[in-house]
Design a protein. Structure first.
Length: 653
């Protein structure tokens, strides 16, 4: 949990005993020099008369507030307050102290830097700067980046949470608190939401098809999937609470119910889920919006002064883009265009394109998608006001856009004017044994160049329109071609992009700069990065897929066996949560070096989920990337982690 390697072992202190249980002039207690919940500058703690330390910790007896010690033993209290003050000044940080009083004599057993909430960590850091005890640079090192999560999401009412019964536990995949009525499909989620209901979406696992339901849900609960499964990644991007991988749940979709811990929860019943702990409750628990004090902005400005890495956000909608910007994002590092194809008329046109038998039929269907795509990109460009926006072309396999249920196949075949049999044949033809490594990414553009041509037209037209309306933005599109593993493959798709873009720009009679780059997510791409850099103006490391392909396992299925690896100390952490620096990291370093040998000014970044993980951000700083990109709600975490990496490097030198 604290990223301490197993092989360090455990330190042991052997200490002489003193006895707080030797009468009414003896006692024991634990105290902090400041309030660990709020950061307020005042002694905070508890003590027991005639007791040993274990009695305080175990909660066998109810202790008294430390302030009452002034009445019970005034001399001891004054001595303790003086020592506490001296210890804080010496360590220049809030102290957590244990003490024992034996027959009226005070013994200090230990002191350490106190654990504290995110709000307290910020307040203490800022106050210590104001009190002249530490510098702004030191203050930036005093707050754990991952703690900031707690400040950015709604939380359960603490008093109500204490009374609630936990019925199950999954992975704390996306922080925050969610309370709502249970639904089991994206369609039902939309329907209940339109009626004004707050809902929690329960799925075996999620796919891009569920995106509309996920977007309107207060929270998402899945039976399968890990910390970087589709549900977790998309939920974090939206800032939506998510608990994933609760394997004890049994779902009955036909009856619209699930069972957990002997309880049956039906559609419409209330549940609450805590994305910060993974806890699940079979009841409604009130939530409160997280409050961010004025210290937050001030502290983050210090962080920005020290960091050299830029921080972008992953965003597919203007709402997500604005959220990222509000949290300090300097651009969009990943816009996943496939998330734009699932609404109403869009999914119909997409399906028409998939079932088309000729290029002309495909182009006709794509022409229907073009205005939607252009409008989406215009929205992103307007929110980002000229900042970088990297748009990834279509990535998932086409089968993800087609129905799987019999009733849906019947309905959609009618919409598409083809027989049920014909649609089933198309679905069967697109079936892949391993879709992750199948007909997806740039392979779609190689097979169907008209898809890349349509997306390029939308990207360029959107930039021309926004620059015309807002000449001050000077928007420069950045097009990212996914899943490249071969130089010629990238050149083939890039030629389609540049010929289309140049034609659109010429016809519009304007000047417009644009860039074409690629996502490095296949090991071969990293190994041949010097060749690929001939055709790419930027690299973005897609470390989710790069990790999958380097380790040779699927992030959605790995949760089934990774626990055995942790228990047997084969892996110390989830390679999808913390970048594997020895293996995957070596490929990243190699690609950085090779890419810059060919193109010294190549712009390098990371857009996998690791972009919001503090240890991975530090690695990205060390290997010389220009930026990291992460989901909007992790932007402050990445900003702080980048600052800490820069400060540590400076101090090491």
């Amino acid at each position: 949990m604290n990223e301490i390697p197993y092989n360090w072992g455990t330190a042991v202190n052997v200490q002489a005993m003193v006895f707080g249980n030797s009468g009414d002039n003896s006692g024991t207690g634990v105290a902090f020099t400041r309030n660990p919940a709020t950061g307020e500058k005042a002694l905070f703690g508890e003590y027991l008369i005639n007791a040993q330390g274990e009695d305080v910790v175990a909660g066998i007896r109810t202790p008294s507030p430390i302030s009452h010690l002034r009445d019970d033993m005034p001399e001891v209290y004054e001595q303790f307050a003086t020592i506490a003050n001296n210890l804080e000044k010496h360590y220049t940080d809030m102290q957590d102290m244990e003490f024992t009083i034996e027959n009226g004599k005070l013994y200090m057993l230990q002191t350490r830097n106190g654990k504290r909430t995110a709000a307290a960590a910020l307040k203490v850091a800022v106050d210590l700067v104001d009190e002249g005890m530490i510098s702004e640079e030191e203050a930036v090192l005093r707050v754990e980046p991952k703690q900031l999560d707690a400040l950015l999401h709604p939380q359960f009412d603490a008093a109500e949470l204490k009374k609630a019964e936990v019925i199950g536990k999954g992975l704390a995949a996306s922080p925050g608190a969610a309370c709502g009525k249970v639904v089991f499909s994206a369609e039902d989620a939309k329907e209940w939401h339109e009626k004004g209901e707050k809902i929690v979406l329960v799925r075996l696992e999620t796919s891009p098809e569920d995106i509309e339901g996920m977007a309107v849900a207060q929270g998402i609960l899945t039976v399968r999937g890990g910390m970087t499964s589709h549900a977790a990644v998309v939920a974090r991007g939206m800032g939506t609470c998510c608990v994933s991988g609760c394997g004890e749940i049994t779902v009955d979709y036909d009856a619209k119910k699930f069972t957990l811990a002997g309880k049956t929860i039906k559609e419409g019943d209330y549940i609450s889920i805590d994305g910060s702990t993974g806890n699940i409750y079979a009841q409604a628990i009130p939530t409160a919006a997280a409050s961010i004090s004025g210290d937050f902005d001030r502290f983050m400005k210090w962080a920005d002064d020290f960091r050299t890495l830029e921080v972008y956000t992953n965003a597919d909608t203007p709402k997500d883009a604005k959220q990222g910007r509000d949290f300090g994002a300097q651009g969009i590092g990943l816009c996943r265009t496939e998330h734009m194809f699932f609404e109403g008329q869009r999914i119909k046109a997409m399906r028409e394109m998939i079932v088309a038998k000729t290029t002309a039929e495909r182009e006709k269907a794509l022409a229907k998608l073009l205005p939607y795509q252009q409008g989406d990109f215009e929205g992103l460009y307007e929110v980002m006001e000229g900042r970088p926006v990297i748009i990834r072309f279509l990535d998932p396999p086409l089968h993800e856009f087609l129905p799987t249920k019999e009733e849906d196949i019947k309905e959609i075949s009618g919409e598409l004017n083809i027989t049920v049999e014909e649609l089933k044949n198309v679905i069967a033809s697109l079936h892949e044994f391993n879709p992750m490594m199948g007909h997806r990414g740039c392979r779609l553009a190689v097979s169907y160049p008209e898809i890349a041509a349509m997306q390029t037209t939308a990207v360029i037209n959107a930039a021309i329109a926004v620059n015309k309306a807002h000449p001050e933005f000077k928007t420069e599109p950045r097009i990212m071609i996914p899943l490249v593993g071969e130089e010629k493959e990238l050149k083939f798709v890039k030629d389609i992009v540049t010929s289309t873009a140049d034609k659109v720009i010429k016809e519009a009679g304007v000047e417009l700069k644009y860039q074409v780059g690629t996502m490095i997510e296949i090991p071969r791409a990293a190994l041949t990065a010097d060749e690929i850099a001939k055709h790419a103006e930027f690299f973005s490391f897609g470390t989710n897929d790069l990790t999958q392909m380097t380790f040779g396992f699927s992030r959605d299925d790995a949760g089934k066996f990774l626990n055995y690896y942790y228990e047997n100390k084969i892996y110390e952490s989830d390679p999808f949560a913390h970048l594997d620096q020895n293996g995957v990291g070596k490929l990243v370093k190699m690609a950085v070096q090779l890419g810059r040998e060919t193109r010294p000014d190549i712009h390098l970044g990371i857009c996998g989920e690791h972009g919001g993980d503090p240890t991975s951000v530090e690695f990205c700083h060390k290997v010389g990337l220009n930026y990291v990109s992460c989901s909007p709600f992790r932007v402050p975490i990445a900003r702080l982690a980048a600052a800490q990496a820069a400060v540590k490097e400076k101090r090491a030198k």
